[in-house]
Structures are given as structure tokens and as C-alpha cells.
Design a protein around this ligand. Structure first.
Ligand code: C2G
Length: 132
């Protein structure tokens, strides 16, 4: 049994999100997803997400390749979440390369950065809609 864990805001859910979650799930037998809280997103980006954390959790939970979802309240509690869920591998998109290497040293959990899907992002979608 191999448990994979990943994290994200998953605001204005798009195909890049589907791709990384599906690929993460294919690396093991179980996928746990930490969905960033509204507050955490505000502290990172200085704005609240378009969709509330409850709705984002509901969307991510509905995917067939996601087994369990919880609320991520801090970027730096990854070691705690990993221990809580007994995760073997942490998957993040390659926009985070290097940022969570400390997790491997602290918990022994493998850390893998997967390539992002090109040409789509929440910021871009918001910009396009804003111009319509
Ligand atoms: N992603 C991707 N391809 C895209 C857009 C996003 O593979 N075109 C990936 C990101 O790399 C990330 C995941 O989808 O691994 C979620 O992306 P975001 O919702 O933008 O998450 P982020 O704000 O990076 O939050 O603890 C870390 C944070 O919770 C990550």
C-alpha cells in the first residue's frame, strides 16, 4: 500500500488540476489531498479565492482518483500532515521545486515535483474572464 499526499488551492478548478491529481494517484494506491484554506490563500496571494474552501473541498472530494481530502491551514505543517496520514510520497507541481525538500529530511517521505500542465492557470482564467 503506497499513500500519496498533495496540496493545492484548486480555485476555479481546471484541467491542470485534474492532470496533477490523476498523475499523483497513479504513483500509488491512495491519494490524500490538502486543500489550502481561504486564510492560507489570503496570506500567500493577498486575496481570497473565488470559490470558498468548503466548495473547493467539495469539488476535489468528488473526483474518482481522490480518496481523502482535508483542510491545509499552513504551508509549513507538511511534516505533521504527512505523519497524520502516513503518506509515503509528497507530490507537488514543479512551480514548487526545492521548496519542500526539507520534508524528506524531516519525515523520510519521498518528495516528487511533477511538471505543470502548460498554458493554464487560475490567474490566467481570471484575467480572461475579467476582459470579457
Ligand atoms: N498545477 C499544474 N498545472 C497547472 C496549474 C497547477 O500542475 N497548469 C498544479 C500546481 O503545481 C499544484 C496544484 O496544481 O501542485 C494546485 O495548484 P494551485 O491550486 O495553484 O495550488 P497552489 O496555490 O500552488 O497551492 O501547500 C502548497 C499549496 O497549497 C499549493
Amino acid at each position: 500500500m503506497k499513500t500519496i499526499i498533495t496540496f493545492g488551492t484548486f480555485d476555479v478548478f481546471h484541467v491542470g488540476h485534474v492532470n496533477i491529481l490523476e498523475r499523483a494517484r497513479n504513483l500509488g494506491n491512495k491519494l490524500i489531498v490538502g486543500v489550502s484554506s481561504d486564510k492560507l490563500n489570503y496570506s500567500k496571494k493577498n486575496r481570497y479565492p473565488i470559490y470558498s474552501q468548503d466548495d473547493r473541498i467539495r469539488i476535489v472530494s468528488s473526483l474518482r482518483f481522490v480518496d481523502e481530502v482535508f483542510l491545509e491551514e499552513s504551508l509549513d505543517l507538511k511534516d505533521l500532515y504527512i505523519r497524520e496520514y502516513n503518506a509515503d510520497t509528497l507530490v507537488m507541481g514543479n512551480d514548487w521545486v526545492g521548496r519542500f525538500d526539507w520534508v524528506k529530511e524531516k519525515t523520510g517521505c519521498e518528495v516528487i515535483y511533477l511538471e505543470r500542465t502548460p498554458a493554464i492557470s487560475t490567474t490566467e482564467v481570471i484575467e480572461i474572464v475579467r476582459k470579457i
